[in-house]
Design a protein around this ligand. Structure first.
Ligand code: FAD
Ligand code: SF4
Length: 520
């Protein structure tokens, strides 16, 4: 074999650089489902099907196009677990075949890249990493932008990307509509009446490949969290394109306006649910951004919504990837709030069994679909984990386990950095900390909850509110020179000593698990 072309589970695009010089006579594609990827974090069943089914579809498409694929398929029989670590499967292939060179697109996970390097060295087979042109910005371009900057502000990076790629600009190369940012218009709530009609997201009945994978996952990984009964993610490019078209037509026109709002039992609201397909490379970010811009140009979606959406994909997504490669491998060791390394997420982050209505709602959706939208991730589950004192790397591992779209490069900066402030201010200039009143303002969760978001003490005190004050109290010194925290810290003086004693004691009980916050 001249080139053994490795295709990882999140590299499912036919126009990838590794196929540019593919010779069907001398080259082979290699793909492997493996236990290690499924178990190094305790993966949600939907996340597993969401990787393995698209891989099998992609394998079949490659074969149809005349390529020979060596594919390692997992079976429901768990006794075969030991022989299926990623590196061991690759080593076995290299022992069985005479391979001149390994070719692979640069992986999205630092650990996997190092494993590949090590295997190549051990086996004496050279490896070539090719650029992942699935992104607008290469890690090298990001490093150039970041070099010498005191702080890496996303907004500055985003404007640069808009200019460099000519996106949402007018004839004079100025931002469309005269401003770069429509954030002020994009913080609407649903008020008392609730969301306007939300068109349902497309649903795909599992085909025979997906059904086989579901059966395998249910047998082999039966004790893993989450349910797979409602599995309806796109598993091939054809489905992903349908999904994109549907979003642009039906939900983009309200996406920006309500992007921060939440509502009981509403999983997707006006969000795109495209992250899984984009991250697996079934869709390219460029075609997603172009489709959104075209909708604006054709008068089908307002500018604030289109800009809000493009900011997420062209801005945040690219920025997060840049941070990951700029800061790895030490980024994952960051723990700027000095959290106890043993402090894990609370038990109800696995089963949703809690009487906090907002958390229970987000968890119900997460267990059923391996999805929660951004504000649930950041301002409900992420916020609770942070106030609870969860170690940031443990939060990232939990995140990797529970979300269908989680891949190391994107989960780590978002989970450890943005959400938990583990990186001490690289991703966010201050911690995202708030009381339950934020959740009350942005949703209808508190209405049906047994807790009161305004209260920090007492039986019915909202755990977010109690923990918020405790959090500020514990980190007061650390943030006293952060001007963005001044107002929040000032309010600490308003509480008297008896209230502080109640707050601290209730917070301690919550954080130690003595107060279980479980449904009665
Ligand atoms: P939409 O709300 O419709 O947004 C459109 C697209 O923008 C998304 O599909 C995604 O591709 C991109 N996007 C938006 N925000 C971000 C961001 N902060 N970082 C990267 N891309 C972004 N996203 C992941 O894809 N994988 C993760 O593992 C992940 N972990 C996260 C962890 C935490 C704690 C937080 C707060 C956010 C995380 N995000 C992650 C970012 C974001 O929440 C998800 O991309 C988004 O919720 C996915 O749903 P959607 O496709 O409906 O997104
Ligand atoms: Fe969540 Fe507190 Fe509101 Fe209950 S009262 S829904 S716990 S924010």
């Amino acid at each position: 074999i001249r080139h053994l072309v490795l295709v990882l589970g999140d590299q499912l695009n036919h126009d990838s650089d590794v196929f540019s010089d593919f010779d069907p006579d001398t080259d082979r594609v290699w793909m492997a489902e493996n236990d290690e990827e499924a178990t190094h974090v305790w993966c949600h069943k939907t996340r597993l099907v969401g990787f393995f089914s698209p891989m099998r579809h992609f394998r079949d498409e490659l074969r149809e196009s005349g390529k020979t694929v060596l594919y390692h398929e997992l079976t429901g029989d768990r006794r075969k677990a030991l022989e299926s670590s990623f590196a061991s499967v690759l080593r076995k292939t290299l022992d069985e075949h005479d391979v001149e060179k390994l070719l692979v697109v640069s992986p999205g996970d630092y650990r996997v890249r190092e494993q590949l390097r090590a295997t190549s060295e051990q086996e004496g087979v050279p490896i070539e990493f090719r650029n992942d042109h699935h992104f607008y910005c290469t890690p090298e371009e990001f490093d150039d932008w970041a070099a010498g900057r005191k702080s890496m502000v996303m907004e500055t990076f985003y404007r640069k990307m808009r200019q460099r790629h000519g996106i949402l600009l007018d004839d004079k190369k100025e931002p469309e509509g005269g401003q770069w940012n429509f954030d002020k218009e994009n913080r609407e709530t649903f008020g008392k009446s609730g969301p306007p009609e939300i068109p349902p997201v497309p649903s795909f009945d599992p085909d025979s490949i997906t059904r086989d994978v579901i059966d395998m996952v249910q047998d082999r990984f039966e004790d893993h969290p989450g349910s797979v009964e409602q599995f309806d993610l796109p598993v091939c490019r054809k489905d992903a394109l349908k999904y994109l078209k549907d979003f642009i037509k039906n939900r983009l026109p309200k996406f920006g306006t309500f992007q921060d709002a939440m509502w009981n039992d509403e999983t997707f609201l006006y969000h795109s649910r495209l992250s899984h397909a984009i991250n697996l490379h079934l869709l390219s970010p460029k075609e997603v951004v172009d489709a959104a811009e075209q909708a604006y140009r054709e008068g089908e979606a307002p500018l604030n919504c289109v800009e809000g959406f493009i900011r997420q994909v062209l801005g945040w997504r690219e920025y997060v990837r840049g941070i990951y490669w700029n800061r790895m491998p030490h980024y994952e060791e960051r723990n700027s709030l000095h959290c106890d390394p043993d402090q894990d997420v609370p038990p109800f982050f696995w089963d949703g069994n809690t009487d906090m209505a907002c958390v229970a709602d987000a968890m119900r959706l997460l267990i059923d679909t391996a999805y929660a939208h951004h504000i649930q991730r950041l301002m409900v589950l992420g916020l609770f984990a942070q106030l609870y004192g969860t170690h940031p790397l443990r939060f990232h591992h939990w995140h990797m386990a529970m979300y269908a779209d989680a891949i190391d490069w994107v989960s780590l900066p978002n989970a450890l950095g943005m959400s938990q402030y583990g990186d001490g201010g690289v991703m966010a200039t201050k911690p995202y900390c708030a009381t339950g009143k934020y959740i009350q303002r942005m949703s209808n969760h508190c209405k049906g909850c047994r807790y009161d978001p305004a209260k920090a003490t007492g039986e019915d005190a909202c755990p977010f509110t109690t923990l918020y004050w405790d959090f500020l109290d514990r980190h007061q010194q650390q943030f006293q020179n952060n001007s963005r925290m001044t107002l929040q810290l000032k309010n600490l003086d308003r509480k008297d000593s008896s209230e502080w004693s109640d707050i601290r004691s209730r917070a301690k009980k919550i954080r130690s698990g003595k107060l279980t916050l479980k449904q009665q």
